[in-house]
Design a protein. Structure first.
Length: 306
């Protein structure tokens, strides 16, 4: 078996088509097809079931997917560690953080760290979608949901505080809801269908069952912009909702306060620059959390609140 064939297997498994996989790998579709056939021949098992719309994994292919992802990730980490072992305080540190937390808190907070360590390059991936831990693509991961798998050391840093926010002009035109049930008569900004699994979306559904958002967006940045324009009410982190004069609605409602977890890749912790960067991330969040904590005086909170 040629271990290089695993990357072809993973590309087709993720893209679900030969053409998309070939574009991702920078090779021809016929090359991808040959490598998949060679892998199937070596393993003596059928991995894909081709059909008119693409390629689906067979049961055997599904069983191989997770081990293949882990093998690829370990090889990537091994190559990176070997390549960079002589540059302990130089090189990239890959950080994956929730949207807005990375953009609004970490980036400005790490400014002094980057100035003091000019040879360390931060590569930050900041999105509302949690990173795939099976791929082990980041050195430092911040998540609002505790992971169940992945080669990472876990540490709970505190909580992120969320509430419902609207612009003053929206409140002037429509009034403020007096109870969660009254959200049904308001314009609520929610998430696209593919993101209904997010913590914020689930909390809103539990708060007001059956609510149909008037506007569905796929990023927190877009939701903040829409609220500022007076387009409706949205669930936002308090550090973003509390700026630009936004008004918190239903402030007596029990808060959404998911835990914030920091994950460090087990092999990356051997790199001094990753350890330095992780310490800097913790310090930034602790400072910011102390600034935010004063806003929550009187509430039942514990630990760092961001």
């Amino acid at each position: 078996m040629d271990w290089n064939d695993l990357k072809f297997f993973l590309a087709v498994a993720n893209a679900r088509s030969l053409s998309a996989a070939s574009a991702r790998l920078g090779v021809s579709a016929s090359t991808v097809s040959r490598r998949i056939e060679a892998l199937e021949a070596a393993l003596q098992v059928k991995l894909f079931r081709p059909h008119r719309d693409g390629y689906d994994l067979t049961p055997a292919g599904k069983e191989l997917l997770s081990p293949a992802e882990r093998a690829e990730a370990q090889m990537r980490v091994f190559e990176r560690t070997a390549r960079e072992k002589d540059s302990d305080l130089a090189g990239p540190v890959r950080i994956d953080a929730p949207e807005l937390l990375g953009q609004e808190v970490l980036l400005p907070g790490l400014a002094d760290f980057l100035i003091g360590h000019p040879d360390i390059r931060i590569e930050m991936h900041s999105t509302v979608r949690p990173v795939r831990l099976a791929g082990e693509e980041a050195d430092i991961v911040l998540r609002l949901v505790r992971p169940e798998r992945g080669s990472y050391r876990q540490r709970k840093l505190g909580h992120v505080d969320f509430g419902l926010y609207a612009a003053p002009d929206y409140i002037a035109r429509n009034g403020a809801p007096a109870s969660p049930a009254e959200l049904h008569r308001h314009r609520v900004i929610g998430w696209t269908e593919d993101l209904r699994y997010l913590t914020m979306a689930a909390w809103l559904e539990a708060l007001c069952p059956g609510l149909t958002p008037a506007l569905r967006l796929s990023s927190l940045g877009a939701q903040v912009a829409a609220v500022r324009k007076g387009l409706g009410i949205a669930v936002l982190p308090s550090f973003a909702g509390g700026v630009s004069g936004l008004v918190e609605v239903l402030p007596e409602t029990p808060r959404l306060m998911p835990d914030l977890w920091m994950l460090l890749h087990e092999q990356s912790t051997d790199l001094p620059r990753v350890r330095l960067a992780s310490d800097a991330v913790v310090a930034v969040l602790a400072r910011f959390g102390q600034q935010q904590r004063g806003r929550l005086t009187g509430r039942d909170v514990h630990g760092v609140v961001i």
